[in-house]
Design a protein around this ligand. Sequence first.
Ligand code: M6R
Length: 603
Amino acid sequence: MCGIVGVIGNNKTTDILLNGLEKLEYRGYDSAGIYVNNQKGKDFLVKEVGKISKLENAVTDDVQGLVGIGHTRWATHGTPTVENAHPHFSADNRFYLVHNGVLTNFEELKTKYLADVKFSSQTDTEVAVQLVDHFAKEGLDGEAAFRKALSLIEGSYAFAMVDKEQPDRIFVAKNKSPLLIGLGDGFNVICSDAMAMLDQTHQFVEIHDGEVVILKKGSVEISKLDGTAVQRDPYTVDLDASDISKGTYEHYMLKEIDEQPNVMRKISQNYLNDDGTMNIDSKLLDEMKKADRLYIVAAGTSYHAGLVGQNIFEKIADVPVDVELGSEFGYHMPKLSKHPFFIFLSQSGETADSRQVLVKVNEMNLPSLTMTNVPNSTLSREATFTMELLAGPEIAVASTKAYTAQIAVEAVLAQALGQAKGIAIAKDFDVKKQLALAANGIQTIVDEKATIKQLTADFLTDQTDAFYIGRGIDYALSLEAALKLKEISYIHAEGFAAGELKHGTIALIENNTPVIAYVNDGVGASHTRGNIQEVKARGAHVLVIASQKYAEAGDQIIIPEIDELISPIISVVPAQLIAYYASLARGNDVDKPRNLAKSVTVE
Ligand code: M6R
């Protein structure tokens, strides 16, 4: 989703902005722009629709300066056009501003304060920059006008603004949308995501909601909106640029699929000791032991990992679990149990739909845990406890290794909780052994790429619709498998409970309709075989992915041995590869599918 970069005090401003925007490309965007000011009265605004490479081509050699802001836009208000691309500017060309988020009262502000202003875009963002200018025209200086505008604006935002009359500073503010300050050697930067600025610095400072930052070449002044000063120490981001490179791979997605065996090993090494003990915060376990129900809150792929986790926690830790979509749960919260405990699953740790639930959970003083791949992310900072997914940076929009890491970390926590509660089954479920099996099993599947590529061609060439079916654990898995196929191949796909198909949707099965059936669930296996016969009888072209235990002659993909509870860690991998090869065959942008964003920071 929208990405922000900015730099002050470095004579390579333009290069730093463009390089930072390239690093943010993975978040998803449809237009981009930069504003650069040389602090001697000359400035430049360049905006383009489409890829960053197009923006780079449009930036001429004379676009140089000592302060600049840049932006990738994922359209919300107004179509992707040059006019709607950021940076936006005030009608008198004094203020230039970039924004990530959605302003909820922009129409009201426009009517009340800006009735006479001529707007050049259809965006909510332009209202913010015109509003600052409006208060400046009333006599306030740049900072006071910025603060006054912020006091009226409602909604989510990360703002960075340059005032041509004071080009020695960048005005920054944040509410709900992510933004960080980076400390350079003699200069400072801002970015939506540390990855954008790792070439410049590894030292970052968080900005919290409701804070304003005046960023200069040699100083970072953080304050609350009322002006009260805030002191905050920097932290080091322990990543290097090679962690976010594609290496020899054509696409991040394939690299990330291949990394999954190592992710399993890393989770095991980090959380599980050889003597059988676990590195899990005892305070977390004490808090979870008190819970009469776990509420797992997530979106998209993370929600699907939550559905797998539900089964794991219920069986191993003997606790009832509800799995909830953040976008629904926050606004239609059911009656909670007496002692709820919340688990937020989020690769990015920034998903606005999940975050608004966490804000409410904190208002109710309820305990929570965030499982995330990004330490220091918003959800991680704001929850009571954090567990890291340890998957390493996931750049492809389609989530792969974060999903399998989420299931693995859920299994680790479930076993720790089950043991802490003295649940018998938790003693027998050897999570260390299971993660070793998972690593080996994933490796077996990724070594079969050529076969899976051929199966994808056999089953999905020229197809517009497909079904994944399964029961129990395989139903949860089917939802994720179908999402993967949809988001990058654009084939309409549905994940279906195998037994439910005959209650209506089977009407869509016709000659050659691809149906991919999972048979890993012991209780459901024989029934799913029956459902396979039903769709075959209606002409479906059926591909079966079955565990060794339940496999039959003719099944195309066999899943190596693993405990059924965490079997999706391995059995999702064929679906990830099928989606990858189907997308590739269609000539799609595998890593940056249309309309999607990696980090969904608006509700
Ligand atoms: O960062 P999060 O895990 O909170 O993101 C949630 C979803 O937006 C994300 O999983 C999305 O569904 C992915 N594109 C799936 O591949």
